[in-house]
Design a protein around this ligand. Structure first.
Ligand code: C5P
Length: 399
């Protein structure tokens, strides 16, 4: 929560200005006090009335307050804020900020603000790559301002590339982390969760009972420590409301593998909680398979082992944990898995105990560590289990 935090949002002239409305709502929902300052061109994209209604306060667009002869004080506003978030930040405003120009109210507030400043660039990909913009961003980072990186995808121009303003949820989660006093404040955590779904034909697939609950319980627990958490999640029924967790939705094991590998290098802690299908139909049919024969043989091929590949690529400082669901020789098989996949920890799920495992709200685990430490825990809620795992990870990475 950001209860009582004073958040000043700066809106520039970009089509992404429509997202500022959602951003303001998110901050208000978090208990923050919000004020908004807009450039003149921003009001061509979204009206001050929309943003003043959402922020429950007048919006600042100029030095002069209407025709009342009263001046808006940029210094006061800059001093009022606990954080100034310029989202969307246009190329024009970034250029001005980087060079100390202040020909409008927003840039004057920027120059006088003493609080931490965050900026979320939003522009077309070629503008975003232009050396002038690259240099402005780098200069601003040099001033100690915090970049909220633009995301990749389809841009308003119809082109694909990087330049899209970060989603409001991702902006909020960066601010959350900034104000967090958690022990994992500067750590990036990736968690795989849920099942994968392997298509047989356009209407049928192979999957398993994983609900994704354990993965999300872990994600929430790590996010509560200030970590930047990404969940790569297979198809699940109930997706929790998680404003401070980034989710990448995938369907198949191959998609999950790609999503993990795309961001693997940047992560500090990786927890493989997904129940990934070991095999996938070798040649899924483009059309619905007919029931012509009495028997039907399914030819399967092996899926990539995401945890094992991550284990091979593991760099110094990365911590990897996996799950093992065993029905016999539990400890022995889990130990083999730990070694084969080059993990630092393996969490052994019990299938024997009532209320443990797939779909349940509770779980019963044992943890086997690289140094052969073995700890067994009682049957607990998945939230408490997640906390036990987190505490052990924190102990191991010495934070
Ligand atoms: O080899 P097994 O499937 O039993 O290993 C379980 C662990 O490996 C879990 O942590 C699971 O998330 C991970 N895994 C994976 N990719 C696979 C299979 C399992 O990441 N293809």
């Amino acid at each position: 929560m950001l209860t009582g935090k004073k958040i000043l949002i700066g809106v520039c002239g970009s089509i992404a200005a429509y997202k500022s409305a959602h951003l303001i709502r998110l901050f208000i929902k978090e208990g923050a006090e919000v004020r908004v300052v807009m450039t003149a061109s921003a009001s061509s994209f979204i009206t001050p009335l929309t943003l003043s209604t959402l922020s429950k306060h007048q919006v600042y667009t100029d030095f002069e307050n209407g025709s009342s002869g009263v001046w808006n004080n940029h210094v006061d506003l800059g001093l009022w804020a606990d954080a100034f978030i310029i989202a969307p930040a246009s190329a024009n405003t970034l250029g001005k900020m980087a060079n100390g120009l202040c020909d409008n109210f927003l840039t004057a507030v920027y120059l006088s603000a003493r609080c931490p400043v965050f900026f979320a660039p939003a522009m077309d990909l070629d503008m975003h790559q232009h050396p002038a913009v690259v240099s402005a961003i780098s200069k601003l980072k040099g001033f100690g301002n915090h970049l909220i990186e633009a995301e990749s995808g389809e841009l308003a121009s119809g082109l694909y590339g990087t330049g899209r303003m970060a989603e409001p949820e991702n902006i909020l989660s960066q601010i959350h982390r900034f104000f967090s006093s958690g022990r994992l404040k500067n750590k990036k955590v990736l968690i795989t969760a849920g099942p994968t779904r392997e298509p047989l034909d356009p209407v049928r697939y192979i999957t398993n009972h994983s609900s994704g609950k354990m993965g999300y319980a872990l994600a929430k627990s790590f996010a509560a420590e200030g970590a930047e958490v990404t969940v790569v999640c297979g198809p699940i029924q109930e997706k929790p409301d998680t404003s401070n967790i980034k989710t990448v939705d995938v369907t198949t094991a191959v998609e999950m593998h790609k999503a993990v590998m795309d961001i693997f290098e940047k992560q500090d802690i990786l927890i493989f909680a997904a129940a990934v299908a070991d095999y996938t139909p070798a040649a899924p049919s483009d059309t619905k398979i007919k029931k012509n024969e009495d028997t039907f043989a399914l030819h399967l091929k092996k899926n990539p082992d995401i945890a094992a590949e991550a284990g091979k690529k593991k760099r110094l400082g990365q911590f990897l944990a996996g799950f093992a669901l065993e029905t016999n020789n539990e400890k022995e098989n889990a130990l083999k898995k730990l070694k084969n996949k080059n993990l630092d920890m393996i969490i052994l799920n019990s299938l024997k105990d009532e209320g443990a495992g797939f779909g349940h709200e509770t779980n019963k685990i044992s943890i086997l560590e690289k140094d052969n430490n073995f700890t067994s825990f009682e049957l607990k809620s998945k939230e408490e289990v997640a906390k036990d795992i987190k505490e052990l990870v924190i102990k191991k990475i010495h934070v």
